[in-house]
Design a protein. Structure first.
Ligand SMILES: Cc1ncc(COP(=O)(O)O)c(C=O)c1O
Ligand SMILES: [Zn+2]
Lengths: 98, 411
């Protein structure tokens, strides 16, 4: 079940400069593992050493923060839009410099 | 002379040089100033601080600037006064009020962060400064950039109180009212900050800016005779002030200026914008952003930048978080004015009324050494109270008219 994943500009180096990629899985955890398989190196940017999602990475499923759904176990289905958004100063990081 | 070693990511601990950066490029965590505490311990003592200027600059070695301060030389060292009358009403015998409603020059604690930030912006060679603000920061950035001779762009929600708008425009800045709430303003400013070489004090150079707030904590401790209180109640918006007060106490403890601290830090918010106190009450360590609806506009931040660390500060110190309604905010403002003769703004009303609640809940005990943080001035938020403070009694210029109006006889 492919879903589309939006990539923030600071991580686009890892996705061959694509701002949106497609990945598979039945929940967020699986989708992110599939991303690591396709784009090695992305996982350590999203997870800390203990294997938890990094605190300043927000992941949204269709505009809703997954912390308020089921976290990484949040179920996804065909056509869902996943966004990875760094939370910076309460805003969204758009810096070109990073 | 500087004791700043560099910057460090609060999350993954990667080190960075002393530059105008604020985010870890690896994990997106916020960066924090790292000081050489060994060097500070050798150079600074309680005596040397007491011999310093009567301003925040008596703590200069603990602030992130390299040279001498170039703006805001008279910021800080505001009164810490014993609140005997307010204490009687609240049922506290050992209550103090840290009164930044008379901070120089723009009458809020924000002068502390801005004088540090703009001194730093000049050191970095910026020609333009900017900020996203709920009002007090706007006043202070406008004033200090005027003093610094720098250009400024200031972004606020367009519906702020008229005193906050006028008190910004007077300094001759570019004031931009954004149709939206603070979180919309902040998001826009993050985008602008990425595209212009401006020092956004609370974005681009946030690590430096934030440490200015430590002086609020240092002063409380010094003014209490080098003692940390049992409780400090702090109004919370982005959560920068509350975490820096805690950091200040920890630093003084670490430097051996005070004994082991047992201070409980309590967060105070308006019920109409209480993402931090709600998380504390729910026992979670993450923020659910909210859309603010409160008269306490200065602290109406629905998605607080340092919210996670704000929660952590409160939990680590053993404090609590409470919030109060708009009516209680007005009551708090009136209570402080009518017991202590201090006219604070809405954020101060929040702090006073939250303190009352914490006493009623038994979290603050009668004889506990308690400090209320009053961070802003009531003349800036007159709209909040104009309909609930009585009105002017108008008479003719005759004694009979006076006696009639007040129904009192000659003595
Ligand atoms: C008067 C007043 N008190 C407290 C605060 C809270 O500060 P912080 O955003 O650091 O939590 C603000 C912030 O704008 C303020 O204007
Ligand atoms: Zn980091």
């Amino acid at each position: 079940m492919p879903v589309s994943v939006r990539i923030p500009s600071p991580l686009m180096k890892l996705t061959k400069n694509q701002g949106e990629v497609s990945a598979e899985g039945k929940d967020i955890r699986e989708v992110l593992s599939d991303m690591e398989r396709q784009y090695p190196g992305i996982k350590e940017r999203l997870y800390d050493e203990d294997g938890s999602l990094r605190r300043f990475i927000n992941i949204y499923k269709n505009e809703e923060d997954i912390r308020f759904l089921n976290g990484e176990s949040t179920h996804v289905q065909d056509g869902d839009e996943i966004s990875i958004i760094p939370a910076i100063a309460g805003g969204i990081l758009l810096s070109k410099n990073l | 002379m500087s004791f700043v070693k560099g910057l460090q990511c609060k999350e993954c601990k990667r080190n960075y040089p002393k530059e105008p950066i604020h985010v870890c490029e690896f994990c997106f965590g916020p960066l924090e100033i790292v000081y050489d505490y060994e060097g500070i311990r050798e150079a600074v003592s309680r005596d040397s601080i007491e011999a310093g200027p009567r301003s925040i600059w008596r703590y200069r070695e603990l602030l992130p600037i390299d040279g001498e301060p170039t703006v805001g030389r008279h910021v800080g060292f505001t009164p810490l006064l014993k609140g005997v009358n307010l204490g009687k009403v609240l049922g506290l015998t050992n209550l103090y009020i840290k009164n930044d409603s008379v901070n120089h020059p723009t009458l809020s604690f924000k002068d502390r962060v801005v004088s540090v930030a703009i001194t730093k912006a000049k050191e970095f060679g910026y020609e333009t400064v900017a900020c996203a603000s709920t009002g007090n920061l706007a006043n202070s950035v406008a004033a200090h950039s005027a003093e610094a001779g720098l250009k400024s762009y200031i972004f606020i929600p367009s519906d702020l109180e008229s005193g906050k708008i006028l008190g910004t425009l007077i300094y001759g800045t570019n004031l931009v009212g954004v149709n939206g709430n603070y979180d919309d303003v902040n998001r826009l400013c993050s985008e602008i900050a990425a595209n212009y070489r401006w020092a956004f004090v609370n974005i681009t150079i946030r690590p430096y800016y934030g440490d200015g707030s430590k002086t609020f904590g240092y002063e409380i401790v010094e003014q209490l005779g080098w003692r940390a209180p049992d409780h400090i109640i702090v109004p919370v918006a982005g959560s920068s002030l509350i975490i820096k007060i805690w950091k200040a106490l920890k630093e003084f403890e670490h430097l051996g200026f005070i004994d082991r601290i047992k201070t409980k830090i309590h967060a105070a918010q308006a019920t109409g914008c209480s993402p931090v106190t709600t998380a504390i009450k729910n026992g979670v360590d993450f923020i659910k952003p909210v859309k603010p609806h409160t008269i306490a506009k200065s602290i109406a931040i629905g998605n607080p930048a340092d919210g996670y660390y704000g929660i952590k500060t409160v939990v680590e110190s053993g404090g609590y978080g409470e919030d109060v309604s708009d009516e209680e905010i007005v009551e708090g403002m009136k209570l402080l004015a009518r017991t202590e003769g201090i006219f604070t703004e809405t954020a101060g009303g929040v702090t006073v009324s939250v303190t009352k609640k914490l006493v009623e809940q038994g979290r603050i005990k009668r004889d506990d050494l308690t400090v209320i943080s009053i961070t802003g001035n009531g003349l800036k938020t007159q709209e909040a109270v104009e309909n609930s403070i009585g009105k002017l009694t108008v008479i003719e210029p005759r004694i009979a008219s006076f006696q009639k109006a007040f129904n009192i006889k000659e003595e």
